[in-house]
Design a binder for this molecule. Structure first.
Ligand code: AMP
Ligand code: FE
Ligand code: ZN
Length: 286
């Protein structure tokens, strides 16, 4: 069986491997297609395309963090985008500005809670877009005796709605992200709906489709983050979302959400069949 991986991150957001390293690793393990989908960034795509050298197909992508009504921090993938499109570049720039401003607010909250780190401490860990993991690394460096690992910091401080969390100023709306993706000739896919409980996920899927979304990630290794699911529960979620996609007649996608070799998730781990990629391609060519 040939597999593809349609969600990966690099050092231009919070991954630990450069775009070139991710592509070379994908070639090494025999993947035929990967999408580069950095958080609110398209700046790794050119490097990844260069590194592919006809040995693998690279799908230019992005993963926007969006808000919308009762939903916060919802991830929306743009796949097969024209990353030189002006409209998407405008939204990416705005997302990037809000991302930095949000981290400054989070750091202010941390300061008020007694953690004396600065935005520059976090930026030291960021090679591109700054993410909460970079804030966590700065805390781990400064307070090695206080925290076991990044996960503990998210649980206690940085997770959504935790004491040091601050939302983005306005947030990129789901509809805005979807429109920008469409203007860039790409497909808008809802990332990892199984991170929520079934009831919320189904509501979110309906909202996303109402706003113009094209499909959902069905294949996703939820079990690789113990906060999300056991293996059995992960498999149940995948089956559920495959059923939903089929019933609604929408596209399926999937990926490992790879963030680097040192992380729990392995590249290709979602075992996304080649067929899924073919269907996305077919939709694009119409
Ligand atoms: P941000 O892009 O700044 O909103 O940060 C989100 C990133 O933080 C995600 O892509 C994950 O890599 C990481 N993250 C989110 N929640 C957790 C968690 N509970 N434990 C560890 N890492 C997390
Ligand atoms: Fe995501
Ligand atoms: Zn991701």
């Amino acid at each position: 069986m040939k597999y593809v991986d349609l969600q990966t991150h690099t050092t231009v957001s919070d991954g630990s491997m450069t775009p070139t390293e991710v592509v070379e690793h994908a070639i090494d393990i025999g993947l035929k297609v990967i999408a580069i989908t950095d958080h609110d960034s398209i700046s790794g795509i050119d490097e990844a395309l260069q590194a592919a050298k006809n040995k693998i197909e690279i799908i230019p992508g992005i993963e926007f963090s969006c808000d919308g009504e009762e939903f916060i921090d919802i991830h929306v993938l743009g796949l097969c985008i024209d990353h030189t499109n002006k409209d998407i570049i405008t939204v990416v720039k705005e997302a990037s500005r809000q991302r930095l401003e949000q981290k400054e607010k989070i750091i202010k909250k941390l300061n008020n809670l007694g953690y004396a780190i600065t935005i520059n401490d976090a930026l030291e860990f960021a090679k591109g877009e700054v993410g909460r993991p970079h804030v966590a690394f700065a805390l781990l460096k400064k307070y090695p005796e206080k925290f076991r690992d990044k996960s503990e910091i998210f649980d206690k401080l940085l997770g959504n709605n935790k004491p040091a969390y601050a939302p983005r100023e306005k947030g990129i709306l789901m509809q805005e992200a979807i429109e920008a993706i469409h203007k860039a000739k790409g497909l808008a896919i809802l990332s990892h709906p199984g991170r929520y409980n079934d009831e919320v996920a189904l509501k979110l899927i309906d909202y996303f489709l109402e706003k113009g979304g094209d499909g959902i990630e069905t294949y996703y290794p939820y079990n690789t983050n113990p906060n999300y699911a056991s293996l059995e529960e992960s498999e149940r979620k995948v089956a559920l979302f495959k059923e939903v996609a089929k019933k609604k007649g929408i596209l399926e996608s999937g990926g490992s959400d790879f963030h680097g070799k040192t992380k729990k998730v392995k590249l290709g781990e979602a075992n996304v069949p080649f067929e899924v990629y073919l269907k996305l391609k077919e939709k694009i060519s119409r």
